[in-house]
Design a binder for this molecule. Structure first.
Ligand code: CA
Length: 226
């Protein structure tokens, strides 16, 4: 998986400063210049870390952060605040941000925070079992269960199911799935996603259980109950 960072910042100079620096460090950086685009990209691009300015045109950073959390997206958020005002910091953390950085900042400071947030995410993701309907996925054993029935998964089947279970009730596009499971180089013409979805369904529905992995025609797939 590559490290994708979403930067939501309306000031082009700061956005470019962050983008250039992080790209130089090997990150894949995408930029949104307003809150609405930032929200779309947070849910659409599934970044690993979000750098979010508080002062944005339209929807401000605090609202963006709240909506990200309300949408059940657990992506670590680093807030950028213009001043070291305590109310701003508290509001940011209350809105669901994981950390904050006061402008102006040195790039090294930003990089250290981004690295820490990227690291912090991994253990959280790898430990707790994931639940959806009667389906359980245990990241420590990489086993799935439907009710009491154990389901053995291959490595790719597991990766695919985990991606859906971390984004329940959300339509994942084919591009998003390629990007997260196979990386960029795979190419969009292959039917490998269809093949793996078929494998997964046959295992998840072996005892005629209800369908959880649904096709959203022309778009992609979604884990949902109907
Ligand atoms: Ca700003």
């Amino acid at each position: 998986m590559n490290n994708k960072i979403l930067v939501v910042e309306d000031e082009p100079q700061i956005a470019n400063f962050i983008k250039r620096g992080l790209r130089h460090e090997g990150y894949n950086v995408i930029v949104a210049a307003d809150g609405e685009t930032g929200l779309d990209m947070a849910f659409g691009e599934l970044p690993d870390v979000i750098i979010l300015d508080i002062m944005l045109p339209g929807i401000d950073g605090l609202t963006v952060c709240r909506q990200i959390r309300e949408g059940e997206l657990q992506t670590p958020v680093l807030m950028l605040t213009a001043k070291d005002a305590v109310p701003d910091r508290v509001a940011g953390l209350e809105a669901g941000a994981d950390d904050y950085l006061v402008k102006p900042f040195a790039f090294e400071e930003l990089l250290a925070r981004v690295r820490a947030l990227g690291r912090r995410r991994a253990p959280i993701e790898s430990d707790a079992p994931l639940h959806f309907a009667d389906l359980t996925l245990d990241p420590t054993t990489r086993m799935a269960k439907r009710g009491d029935r154990n389901i053995e998964l291959t490595a790719k089947e597991y990766d695919l199911l985990e991606l859906f279970m971390r984004h329940p009730n959300q339509v994942l596009t084919r591009d998003q799935i390629y990007d997260r499971i196979w990386g960029y180089d795979f190419g969009g013409e292959s039917n490998i996603i269809e093949v793996y979805v078929r494998y997964l369904r046959s295992k998840l529905e072996e005892n005629n259980e209800s369908r959880l992995l649904h096709t959203v025609r022309g778009v992609g797939y979604a884990l949902r109950e109907n």
